[in-house]
Each structure stands twice: as C-alpha cells, then as structure tokens.
Design a protein around this ligand. Structure first.
Ligand code: SF4
Length: 411
C-alpha cells in the first residue's frame, strides 16, 4: 500500500496513562494519587471509572498557580497523608503524567510509606510512553522493581502468566498448566500486591503480549526464564505448551500428550470453519492484534492489512514473520488515516477496528466491529477461544448485504 501524506491526522489513541491506571486501580487496597493538571484528571477519572476498576482517583488541586508556584511537592505530600488516613488503603501509587513539572517529580521527595500504605511513584508521561499498552508494561515493571522478592530462591515448576486476559481464558490456561504439571501460577497484572512480591520467585514467565518489554528484561535480569508466544490457533498452542514444559523441566511425555490433545481440539474447531471465506482488516490499538490475525489466517481467511498502535517489538517478531510470509501488510504505530486508506484499497468484507475506523467502514456498507469490545472481551485461547472468535466472524461475514441495505437506506 502506498503511504499517502495526510494533512489532517486524527488523535490516534487514548491517553497512555490510562493503561497504567488500569493496572494500578485493580490492585486491592489501592488509592491512586494523580499528579497531573485538572484537564488530565477529568479525563483519566472518567476512563478509569468506566474501563478500569470503577474507582475514583484522588489528586491535589494542581492548577498553574500550584505547579509553577513551588508548592506542588507539599501539596502532593499532604494529599498522600490524607489518603493514608483511611486504614483500608494499603497502597498509594503516585502517578505523574505529561505536565513537565509533574513528570520530573523527584522520588526522594515523596515518602515510601504513609500510614498502612506503601507509596510508589509511577511515571506515565505520554511524551515518553506512546500508547496505553506500553504504559501497562511500565506500571507492571515499576511494581515488580519495588515489591518483587527477587532475593528469594526460585520456586520449582512455578510460572508467571503476563498479560491482561479474559477471565475464561485464565481458567482454561490454569487447567492446561495443571495438566502438564505446573505447580503454581501467578497472573500479572495482578489484583494484589502479593502477586508482585511472589512473581519474582517464579522460575519462568509466559509473556502473552509483545509489549511487556521492560517487565521481561527486568525478569530476565533476575534469572526468570521467558516463554514467548500464546495458545492461539492450533500450531501455536502446541508450541506454547511445549515451551512451558521445557522452561520448567516438566515431564516431556505428559507435556507432549497435552500439547497434541489441545492442538487437535483447536484443529477440529478450525476445520468446522473451513467454509469461511472473506477479506478481513484488523486494526486495533491494544498491541495484541497480530496473534488474532494469525488465527484468522490459520482458519483460511484473507487478512491483507493489520495495524497496531505499538512499535515493532522483539517479542512479537515470530508473529511478524509468519504474517508477512502469508501476505499481511503490517503497520506499527499506525495512524487512523493509514487504516482508512487500507479500507479504500483492499475493499474488505469485514473490519475489526477502532471506533473511528468502524464508522468509516460502515459508511461504505462494510460490516465493522470495535476490536476492544469484541476481541478483548471474549475468550481467545485454545479451542474454546478459536470457536468463539471464528463463530462471531462467521456471523458478521454473512451480514454484508444487511450493511449495504443500511447504507442504501440512509443514502
Ligand atoms: S496531557 Fe498527557 S496525561 Fe494529560 S490527558 Fe493528555 S496525554 Fe494524558
């Protein structure tokens, strides 16, 4: 696809700090103290309430007068003390954002503890962290650095599963891991500070999403083995189970038997959808789009174009190679305009995209759904995940005429 120059680039993603707040607000006993100006506070409180843990954010009043008047650190310390008066609060992340003065807060000027609560500065400025998936990585790495019990000996056959996943997927992963002999599993981002303490004692970490670069390098530095990939589609499922078995030195025959069984179940699902034909464009901003594309390609669909908000990362390199080999054009750090151009150029039968791209596609009579609400809110792993995602896509591909009629009606 030829890259067109565009004079009116639209906003491409939500505020990156939101990704970090999703990780932080889900921890039990947390109360976030936001160091940002009032505009950021307004937007971030709103999205955190609706898309994170339905918790409010507390912030000192930081208008120009406080930010430039030299009282900001005192205001922050006073706010932290006020939050800590609540004995239920165990953890106060102080989140600093884009405003230069708050981004540059010196950690030494903040307490490490207040009342019953641990206090931790988490820096999430958008000028440094470009997207909300990458901010999740920064938040997890910051938490592990401070709380991870890396000095403890590693627990044999213990695994960290890294990446936000749908609850049903967590259950399926748990049961497969149990079958191959994994004795303890911690899922990060976790809902308790103990998860971060204990994660450092794990022998290996299975990284499900490619953007956890900082977390992975921290774990590797401390001798935790890294398992790449994810159980999406038949081939990758068998490979993923095998890699975990190898990393944790589990019984090879048990691991192979489970890997073959899970791959067979996924293959059966893929065969059920063999009749599917169509051209799909996948364009999200969650950073986990490429394995979804791999599943669609494995099911026999055509995916001429896929895009994501994150940059090309070493952890996603395997998917990059497979997709490129199978003819998918991949755009990293994409612009909405590039996605729109792909719709014009490839005439897809279905778009799984961002809300703005979906409107653009629907205006042209093309079925379109929002990636985040439809893919991230469904199981995706193993045979059950493949069945759910392909079932939904099958239904949508059959709706092309309805969308065309709708377009004609409004015209
Ligand atoms: S200024 Fe920065 S922190 Fe504030 S809303 Fe915008 S991107 Fe987010």
């Amino acid at each position: 696809m030829q890259k067109k120059s565009c004079s009116t680039l639209h906003p491409q993603s939500m505020c990156p700090a939101f990704g970090g707040l999703r990780v932080l607000t889900r921890i039990d006993g947390v109360q976030v103290c936001l160091a940002a100006d009032q505009g950021c506070l307004y937007g971030l409180t709103f999205v955190s309430h609706f898309y994170a843990a339905r918790k409010s954010i507390i912030s000192p009043e930081l208008m120009n007068v406080q930010i430039s008047g030299g009282t900001m650190i005192d205001d922050l310390r006073r706010t932290i003390e006020e939050i800590a008066r609540d004995p239920v609060v165990r953890f106060i992340p102080v989140v600093s954002t884009c405003v230069a003065e708050t981004a540059g807060i010196a950690e030494e000027l903040l307490p490490r503890k207040a009342g019953n609560a641990e206090v931790l500065l988490v820096r999430l400025p958008a000028f440094q962290i470009r997207t909300h998936p990458e901010a999740k990585d920064v938040a997890v790495a910051t938490l592990l650095k401070r709380f991870g019990n890396f000095a403890a000996p590693k627990k044999a056959k213990s695994l960290v599963v890294l990446g936000e996943i749908f609850p049903v997927d967590a259950m399926t992963i748990g049961s497969v891991l149990q079958k191959i002999g994994v004795e303890s599993v911690i899922v990060l981002p976790g809902s308790s500070l103990e998860d971060y303490i204990e994660a450092a004692e794990a022998e290996a970490c299975a990284v499900l999403h490619p953007f956890y670069e900082k977390t992975v390098s921290l774990l590797e530095e401390h001798g935790v083995k890294i398992v790449k990939g994810n159980p999406i589609g038949a081939n990758a499922t068998a490979q993923w189970i095998g890699r975990i078995g190898e990393a944790l030195a589990l019984d090879p025959s048990t691991v192979q038997a489970v890997a073959e069984e899970e791959a067979r179940k996924s293959r059966e699902v893929l065969n059920q959808f063999k009749h599917l034909k169509g051209k799909v464009i996948v364009a999200g901003y969650e950073g986990n789009e490429l394995p979804v594309v791999r599943l669609l390609l494995e099911a026999g669909l055509e995916v001429p174009y896929a895009s994501t908000s994150i940059s090309r990362m070493a952890l996603g390199e395997e998917d990059h190679k497979v997709l490129s080999m199978l003819g998918t054009e991949i755009r990293y750090r994409k612009y909405l305009e590039e996605d729109m151009q792909a719709v014009e150029e490839y005439h897809p039968d279905l778009v799984i995209g961002t809300t703005s791209l979906d409107s653009f596609a629907k205006e042209r009579g093309i079925p379109a759904i929002y990636y985040t609400n439809n893919i991230s809110a469904r199981p995706l792993f193993f045979a059950a995940g493949a069945a759910t995602v392909l079932g939904m896509i099958s239904g949508l591909l059959g709706k092309k005429e309805v969308f065309m009629k709708m377009k004609e009606y409004f015209a």
